[in-house]
Design a protein around this ligand. Structure first.
Ligand SMILES: Cc1cc2nc3c(=O)[nH]c(=O)nc-3n(C[C@H](O)[C@H](O)[C@H](O)COP(=O)(O)OP(=O)(O)OC[C@H]3O[C@@H](n4cnc5c(N)ncnc54)[C@H](O)[C@@H]3O)c2cc1C
Ligand code: SF4
Ligand code: SF4
Length: 418
């Protein structure tokens, strides 16, 4: 059953009476009696016990009653205002900005939890905050669920979007294939990105347990609060980060820089050293992009910034990974074994975004996402906007800013139609 979280009625909702005034309080009171039983039914393992502060778990304390009420209009079309597809950094802020401007909005998220990719990242603070941006997600997710003008549908994937009578008709499905039809004057596509899949590359991902991606390391750090080897769950003592995996690669046709993997991997490397200063970390890169001065400085003797990218990996003793690379200073081949290798995979376009766009624009008229032409939140369709990594690689902060701009443009568009 898809989870629906909302606090009160939305002006765009045609079933206003059910939620407002006396009816709302009466219904809430009735369902409160059932709350404990109902809570058991909806709090599934993995969400209830999720230690991740601020994600959807936070609102489970008061959520069941309200969700039960809102189930009753699940089949009802939601009209008049905006729909945002995607509940990541961009989608959350698009919905919040629209609501701040008094616009009723329905936020669709296919996963059970809000937050998108960044909702799974670890805090990288060492002795001080290093401005990774991860904690902004939980704050926004919490605000979204408290905002009266936002109706949130989690566990609902947008499977089709079409132009309809000067606006948009969106079809969403929950895990059981039950459908929800939504109508909107304006649509913001904030459906995010897909991390590059390095399976099949020569660097051993998928073949060797101790070769992981930076995305997987985020999750390990968040869960274990340290850099552990998947093979034995012991802290890794020697670690190699390899940058630009799946980005800046002409052979793949991925010419873009993913913008975020240098700063985020360097922050994880520094956190690893803060937890264990005896660790040795090699950071293989082409050049370091978007790294603030404080994280770029290689002032730690155990953090070696090496301008080279190892071409392949083989398995050594005790699950170690042996990497070979050309030393940039001597020109000689170097070889070394590491407890753990972290591939910094880049941001690639989401197939889901392409699919939704092809329904809106026709498969032959797809805009260039992740290319030079994707430099704006506008699209060729009036009223349709794109925000965040759905249209190109960007950081959490940039996705948030982008979404605010898309929301402003959506508001301007809706006003022009009045
Ligand atoms: C390994 C890694 C580490 C990173 N570390 C940092 C960092 O430290 N700091 C930083 O600033 N940035 C970092 N980034 C970048 C950061 O992840 C992005 O800036 C941010 O996630 C973009 O948010 P978004 O909302 O655009 O996309 P996403 O996070 O991808 O969110 C999109 C959302 O849309 C939903 N969705 C997709 N399709 C549908 C559909 N059809 N229907 C309904 N919902 C749908 C998805 O489930 C998802 O929740 C990192 C990226 C990577 C890969
Ligand atoms: S911005 Fe990042 S490092 Fe700073 S407190 Fe938030 S999660 Fe931690
Ligand atoms: S941010 Fe760094 S690792 Fe990522 S693609 Fe750009 S240069 Fe490569």
């Amino acid at each position: 059953m898809g989870r629906e979280i909302s606090r009160k009625s939305n002006p765009g909702c045609q079933n206003l009476a059910l939620y407002s005034g006396k009816n709302f309080r009466k219904a809430a009171k009735t369902f409160c009696l059932l709350a404990s039983k109902f809570k058991q039914a909806i709090d599934r393992p993995g969400t209830k016990r999720d230690k991740n502060p601020g994600r959807i778990q936070d609102k489970f304390e008061t959520g069941p009653v309200l969700r039960l009420i809102f189930w009753q209009d699940k089949k009802m079309a939601f009209g008049n205002e905006a729909v945002v597809i995607g509940g990541g950094a961009a989608g959350l802020n698009a919905a919040l900005t629209l609501a701040d401007m008094g616009i009723g909005v329905c936020l669709l998220e296919k996963e059970e939890l809000l937050g998108g990719h960044a909702g799974r990242y670890a805090c990288k603070a060492t002795d001080a905050c290093v401005s990774c941006g991860a904690c902004s997600i939980s704050r926004m997710a919490q605000k979204v669920t408290q905002e009266k003008l936002i109706r949130v549908l989690v566990g609902h994937r947008a499977v089709e979007a079409k132009q309809d009578n000067g606006g948009f008709a969106i079809r969403a499905e929950d895990a059981k294939g039950r459908e929800e039809g939504l109508l909107a004057k304006s649509l913001i596509l904030a459906s995010g990105f897909t991390p590059f899949d390095p399976s099949g590359m020569a660097l051993g991902y998928g073949r060797f347990a101790n070769v992981i991606t930076n995305y997987e390391l985020e999750i390990i750090l968040r869960r274990e609060n340290n850099i552990l080897r998947p093979s034995n769950n012991e802290p890794a003592q020697s670690i190699a980060f390899i940058q630009c995996i799946g980005s800046r690669d002409a052979k793949l046709g991925h010419l873009w820089c993913s913008q975020v993997c240098c700063p985020s991997s360097l922050r994880m490397a520094r956190l690893g050293l803060a937890k264990n200063p005896q660790r040795k970390i090699n950071f293989f890169h082409i050049d370091l992009q978007n790294c603030p001065k404080q994280i770029k400085q290689a002032d730690d003797k155990n953090l070696n910034l090496i301008r080279a990218i190892p071409a392949d990996a083989r398995l050594g003793g005790e699950g170690k990974i042996v990497l070979a690379w050309m030393d940039p200073n001597s020109g000689l081949l170097q070889e070394e074994a590491f407890d753990l290798v972290v591939l910094s995979v880049g941001i690639t376009p989401s197939q889901e975004t392409r699919f939704l766009l092809s329904g809106l624009m026709g498969a032959d008229n797809l805009p260039e996402i992740f290319g030079a032409a994707s430099g704006s939140v506008h699209t060729a369709i009036p009223g349709l906007f794109m925000a965040g990594c759905a249209r190109g690689p960007m950081s959490i902060a940039d996705s948030i800013a982008d979404a605010a701009l898309a929301a402003w443009e959506a508001k301007k568009f809706m006003e022009s139609k009045k």
